[in-house]
Design a protein. Structure first.
Length: 294
């Protein structure tokens, strides 16, 4: 059976362009699951032409998983808060004066602010289109963005927004969220476009600047790891806070898989950017740090 699982996972990853480094996490999930559960998880990505359905009480995803409508609204509210708060933070940063490449940093964060404002409005429209009003965030999500807002160093701000936040929330959750919910509510999801996987000249500049400061030693390995550990411990906690909701929906194992991927993703990205780290060791450390947060 192990060979069958391995073959199924490898084929699915190749078909959907999933990074090879994800395989150990997906395989760990698969070892405790039956074949139908694995197929269901794969269908979170492979929605194809399958249609979902919305009623006044629930949302049925294209892969057959049923969510209580209030749970869906709760998830949407967390995304809405995150995009709205990041827009506010980026706006404030874009107005600060600095001698350190001022023009590019101002332009970059002004662009981030404008993009996140569009995402925030689209999510608000989606929530209201479902017949609800946008609500408040969890205290765990709030702590993540309070920490982001408190960053003073420009390179830290770039790493936090372009690597840690984006790779933890936008790529693992946001893209799946977009792909899964689009068939359910295309009239609102269409306005999000590529909201969670943007790629533009400013993003290329940001990643290039991060590589540069790491390459010349302007940021030490220890400094970057400390930043990553502090933020990822908070992000871990924010994802753990949703476990009860996931359990009620019958997707607790999938939620744990996405939690681990969300922590591992930015660590692998930092590794590619030149930071020497042991991903497995850092994962364990972040999990320990998260448990100590009050």
């Amino acid at each position: 059976m192990g060979i069958l699982y391995d073959s199924l996972i490898s084929a699915a990853m190749k078909r959907y362009g999933v990074p090879e480094w994800l395989k150990p996490y997906i395989y760990k999930y698969a070892k405790g699951s039956d074949l139908e559960t694995i197929k269901r998880a794969i269908n979170f990505i492979n929605v194809r032409r399958k249609k979902g359905q919305i009623t006044g009480k629930q949302v049925t995803l294209p892969n057959g998983v049923v969510f209580d409508i209030k749970a869906v609204i709760h998830i949407l509210n967390q995304f809405h808060y995150g995009t709205e708060r990041e827009a506010e933070i980026a706006t404030a940063w874009s107005k600060e004066q600095t001698d350190y490449d001022h023009a590019n940093f101002t332009k970059h964060f002004r662009n981030v602010a404008e993009t996140r404002e569009k995402h925030s409005r689209a999510l608000k429209n989606l929530v209201e289109g479902l017949g609800y009003k946008t609500g408040g965030p969890t205290k765990e999500i709030t702590k993540v963005f309070d920490t982001l807002a408190g960053l003073d160093e420009w390179p830290d701000r770039l790493i936090a927004t372009e690597v840690i936040i984006k790779d933890s929330y936008s790529k693992p959750f946001g893209f799946i969220f977009y792909k899964v919910f689009y068939p359910v509510s295309p009239e609102f999801m269409r306005s999000l476009g590529k909201a969670f996987v943007p790629k533009d000249v400013q993003e290329d500049w940001a990643i290039g600047e991060i590589k540069r400061v790491i390459g010349i030693g302007a940021l030490t390995q220890e400094h970057v790891l400390d930043l990553a550990e502090r933020m990822l411990a908070l992000i871990y906690r924010s994802l753990e806070a949703e476990r009860i909701l996931a359990k009620k929906a019958g997707i607790e194992r999938e939620a744990l898989l996405l939690r681990d991927i969300s922590v591992a993703y930015p660590l692998h990205s930092l590794q590619e950017l030149g930071i020497g780290l042991d991903v497995d060791k850092e994962m364990k450390r972040i999990g320990t740090l998260a448990k100590r947060i009050k």
